[in-house]
Design a protein around this ligand. Structure first.
Ligand SMILES: C[S@@+](CC[C@H](N)C(=O)[O-])C[C@H]1O[C@@H](n2cnc3c(N)ncnc32)[C@H](O)[C@@H]1O
Length: 322
């Protein structure tokens, strides 16, 4: 489970009580009872080639783990076969022992949009809520964060993290099978909190901003990335039914409205550092994510609209201080 450093780190942050309640929750979430595919995933993890990579670089856009020569031909085949049992790979890319894991998302593009403007991560304790397989968590550690805790309730993504951690072996990155509702109400201890791609899935966006604030120490930094609309479409889009084929998209504000929400939630120094329309080059089907992707969710004749007729996905990154 790679939790030894985690429990020490949480104790250092004054969260020893949480460690005790966490242990049974983690055991239950990773049990066969919790997810029908758990056996298949556990088997895949156990069959990964048993090798130590000669290089690990967390500072490259395609996170680099090992080189081709670290594995023999049979081990290469086995690596690919087992990683494919963990399909779909959504966030990346990774370069594993010479194999480019071309994930659905170019998550490195999002990283490049934010890294130059956020508070330098060196020495910081970071929480990444909704972190997927932990791609950005690894990049944060590559930017010298002291400790990164990622949480994501989608068990498959946590299994992908286990596969990566098996080779990276940096225990100052931990990804846990938790949703934000599993966090204690008042953590008040993280220097930086990331919520990327989550706000629009929360029924009550203001409550989410408050929850994020409760995770931060005083003067800690929130990095918030979410879907936004152009002001010409109004203050907030509340989709009826699906949005770009996604269920549970509750609200998509304009940047101005998002900034207002953050100020209402009591944040200071609110500023938008990026607004980008998501392109079909950034989010697409690949060998490692063979389901439909963005191009299938847009109007085939007019890519400025979703199939439902809403404005196509555009995302903003906003920083704020507690
Ligand atoms: C759109 S993805 C964003 C992934 C990553 N943060 C990024 O920006 O590339 C949203 C992630 O949030 C996770 N998620 C969904 N509900 C959540 C919750 N209640 N708490 C934390 N994460 C959640 C999903 O499993 C998914 O991995």
């Amino acid at each position: 489970m790679y939790t030894h450093h985690l429990f020490d780190q949480l104790a250092n942050a004054g969260l020893s009580d949480w460690v005790e309640t966490l242990k049974p929750i983690l055991a239950e979430r990773l049990s066969v009872k919790h997810h029908g595919d758990m056996d298949k995933w556990q088997t895949a993890l156990s069959l990964l080639p048993d090798v130590t990579p000669t290089v690990v670089s967390l500072s490259q856009d395609a996170i680099e783990v090992g080189i081709e020569a670290d594995l023999n031909q049979q081990q290469h085949l086995r690596l690919i076969e087992q990683l494919k049992q963990l399909h779909p790979w959504r966030k990346g890319p990774f370069e594993l022992f010479g194999h480019y894991i071309d994930t659905e998302w170019r998550s490195d593009w999002k990283w490049q949009r934010l890294i130059k403007d956020i508070a330098p991560l060196a020495g910081r304790r970071v929480l990444d809520i909704g972190c997927g397989c932990g791609y950005h968590c690894w990049r944060m550690r590559g930017a010298a964060a002291d400790f990164v805790l990622g949480i994501d309730p989608t068990i498959l993504f946590v299994m992908q993290y286990f596969a990566l951690q098996r080779y990276i072996q940096d225990y100052n990155v931990a990804v846990l099978p938790l949703g934000i509702d599993d966090l204690p109400a008042e953590l008040n201890c993280f220097d930086s909190v990331f919520s990327m791609g989550l706000l629009y899935h929360r029924r009550d966006p203001l409550a989410h901003l408050q929850e994020l604030k409760n995770c931060l120490r005083d003067e800690g930094e929130l990095v918030l990335e979410t879907l936004v609309i152009d002001e010409k479409f109004g203050e907030v889009l509340v989709p009826e039914g699906r949005y770009a084929q996604m269920r549970n998209v509750w609200s998509i504000p304009s940047v101005k409205m998002l900034e207002t929400w953050l100020k209402q939630a009591g944040y200071n120094k609110v500023r938008c550092i990026d607004v980008t329309v998501t392109s079909i080059e950034e989010q697409r089907s690949t060998e490692w994510m063979q389901f439909q992707s963005l191009v299938d969710f847009l109007d085939q004749d007019d890519h400025s609209k979703t199939v439902e007729g809403y404005p196509a996905p555009m995302r903003a990154i906003v920083l704020a201080e507690k």
